[in-house]
Design a binder for this molecule. Structure first.
Ligand code: PLP
Length: 387
């Protein structure tokens, strides 16, 4: 993996692993058949897809038929929410989610509201955790879907999925989780998590962009949203992206081979990084939970400066960071996640997300810890002072 400078934005995307590219290459020019064709070229492509499906299923500990290949996290979230909601429209119209979901979930919920569904957006506590008690109280007789993310893409907080799934299943309500940020690092065994649907995106675990998985438990009510040639058992039509699917499976397999060691390594680096920032810089706060947190996520907020200025200044030092989620980058408004945390006003505009990954070293953390205090005090000196 190449690149200049210090890349600390692995939550936005990750580089493709060389081994993954190697696995994909034969499926562009050599084995180019359409997996739906019934000749040798087609059979070969079909076999590659089914092999990929098996290997994804082995990691999720589910049946191969429960794995649906998609174009990524956004599609997976849309497909899960719309497919599960519309399939149960005669049973009820109430959906529960949280205020800190990714826009792929939030905007889908808003679209469903316009189509006659009702959505409860649960608040979170100051660490970003959904309360199972609040969730229980929100459940109604007509609740047909609960969607709570596995780990938040901005602040890294890991939600209490097992407790939520117990509540959902006691009332026979399907439970979906957006596991896009957890994929590649955290446990994805669907029975352990107790989920009925789970969204993954390959570019977050060193696979190709534009590829994902929607796990859908066999018994989960589901109505097709994309009609056409009937691929993926009619659940998601469209000619398969064969190299991409092969790459997704190779990336997921590699990620889980490395996950135990990588989790420990990243957690160490993360904690050194957090401690370093909190001790070297005044008027800073850590956002998200301290331990129920993605191993690669550091999210802090500084009083008296703006995120965009800080990200741009770090960039001039060759450090790639983020003002929040990639999707809200460029926006001057505090993200919906920060707003849900009820941060003191002075910190709302000064958020910085630093996310670590395969190539991050302790030297990278040390360098950033030297540069960051300088950037922060420079920007604070520039900021207009209150009268
Ligand atoms: N859900 C979460 C939590 C994400 O972080 C992202 C991407 O950042 C998505 C969904 C969307 O995934 P994709 O980029 O594959 O569409």
């Amino acid at each position: 993996m190449a690149g200049t400078g210090i890349y600390l934005d692995y939550a936005a995307t990750t580089p493709l692993r060389a081994e993954v590219l190697e696995a994909m290459l034969p499926y562009f020019c050599q084995h180019y058949g359409n997996p739906s064709s019934i000749h040798a070229w087609g059979h070969q492509a079909h076999a590659a897809i089914e092999q990929a499906r098996q290997s994804v299923a082995a990691i999720l500990e589910c049946e191969a038929e429960e794995v649906i290949f998609t174009s990524g996290g956004t599609e997976g979230d849309n497909l899960a929410l719309k497919g599960i909601a519309w399939a149960q429209r005669s049973r009820g119209r109430h959906i529960i989610t949280s205020q800190i979901e990714h826009h792929a979930v939030l905007h889908t919920c808003q679209a469903l509201e316009q189509q006659g569904f009702e959505v409860t957006y649960l608040p979170v506590d100051s660490e970003g955790l959904v309360s199972p008690e609040a969730l229980e109280q929100a459940i109604r007789n007509d609740t047909i879907l609960i969607s709570i993310m596995y780990a938040n893409n901005e602040i890294g907080t890991i939600e209490p999925l097992s407790q939520i799934s117990q509540l959902a299943h006691a009332r026979a309500i399907p439970f979906h989780t957006d596991a896009v940020q957890a994929g590649g690092l955290l446990d994805l065994r669907v029975d352990v998590l107790g989920v009925d649907a789970l969204t993954l995106s390959a570019h977050k675990f060193y696979g190709p962009k534009g590829l994902g998985v929607l796990y859908l438990r066999r018994s989960t009510p589901f109505q097709t949203q994309q009609h056409g040639g009937g691929q993926e058992d009619g659940r998601r039509s469209g000619t398969h992206n064969v190299p991409g699917i092969v790459g997704l499976a190779a990336a997921l397999e590699l990620a889980y081979r490395k996950a135990p060691a990588e989790r420990a390594r990243l957690t160490n680096l993360r904690d050194t990084f957090i401690d370093g920032i909190l001790t070297r810089i005044p008027q800073v706060r850590l956002n998200g939970a301290r331990t129920r947190r993605l191993p690669n996520n550091v999210h802090v907020a500084f009083a008296g400066l703006t995120s965009i200025g800080l990200v741009e200044m770090l960039d001039t030092y060759g450090i790639g960071a983020s003002a929040g989620s990639a999707c809200s980058a460029g926006s001057t408004q505090p993200s919906h996640v920060l707003q849900a945390l009820n941060l003191p006003a002075a910190y709302l505009h000064g958020a910085l997300r630093l996310t670590l990954g395969a190539e991050t070293t302790s030297a990278d953390i040390e360098t950033t810890l030297e540069v960051l205090p300088e950037c922060v005090s420079y920007l604070r000196r520039l900021a207009p002072q209150p009268d």
